[in-house]
Design a protein. Structure first.
Length: 230
């Protein structure tokens, strides 16, 4: 019995679908000056019945035709490309696309890369190894980044955004406030938010130990626990 959410198919179409899986082709070129027709010919010669054509840079994240193709492939179908760089812009992008194809129980084959064929045991093994190498590379990058941050902290270097105000500017920004100038006017002068000037004033009071006689109850309870960021 067909699930209620599944599209209705005629008996003939369902039978045809079951007996004759579709071979799809993905033909992409980077610019209008390149010929997509050459890719289409190669794909059709290899057995592709339905070829999706697209002119898009390899660095483009959104590929409407590829997205449409991936939505159409079904179990038993095959997605074919002339070479791997026509399908993805990076190893991670390739693995994500192959995962999407695998989730739909479809196969994948690259004409220019004999090892990239999920219909063979050797091809599946090679793509599994490729996925492992990509994961190793990501972990290596994370480790090196963490080590670099640790060295920077040990050397006394600050991480994160560069402060909008230098220590000298912070001191100068508070003087007009002490002389009665409004927080908004000071903020406009230094191109920062009024709240930053207020936090800065509170921090300076905290660091001075309220030696000027200011009632601590007039300061936000967390002001002395937070640093002022730019």
């Amino acid at each position: 019995m067909r699930p209620p959410f599944a599209p209705a198919l005629s008996a003939g179409k369902a039978s045809s679908r079951a007996k004759h899986p579709t071979v799809y082709g993905d033909a992409r070129v980077s610019t209008g000056g390149q010929s997509v027709a050459d890719h289409v010919r190669q794909l059709r010669a290899a057995g592709a019945i339905n070829v999706f054509r697209e002119v898009a840079s390899g660095a483009t994240v959104d590929r409407p035709q590829l997205r449409r193709l991936l939505s159409e492939v079904a179990a038993g179908d095959m997605l074919m490309v002339t070479c791997l760089d026509r399908l993805a812009r990076s190893t991670r992008d390739l693995l994500n696309t192959l995962a999407a194809i695998g989730d739909r129980k479809a196969g994948f084959r690259s004409l220019g890369d004999a090892w990239a064929d999920t219909t063979t045991a050797h091809g599946r093994l090679m793509l599994t190894v490729l996925g492992g190498l990509a994961e190793f590379e990501r972990e290596l990058i994370r480790t090196r980044t963490g080590e670099g941050r640790a060295r920077a902290r040990a050397a006394g270097k600050s991480l994160g955004r560069k402060p909008k105000l230098t220590p000298h500017q912070k001191q100068e920004a508070i003087r007009p406030r002490d002389q009665g100038e409004g927080v908004r006017e000071i903020a406009r002068t230094y191109n920062v938010s009024p709240s930053m000037i207020s936090r800065l004033a509170a921090q300076i009071l905290c660091s001075s130990g309220f030696s000027n006689g200011t009632d601590r109850r007039n300061i936000h309870p967390r002001a002395c626990d937070l640093g002022t960021t730019g």
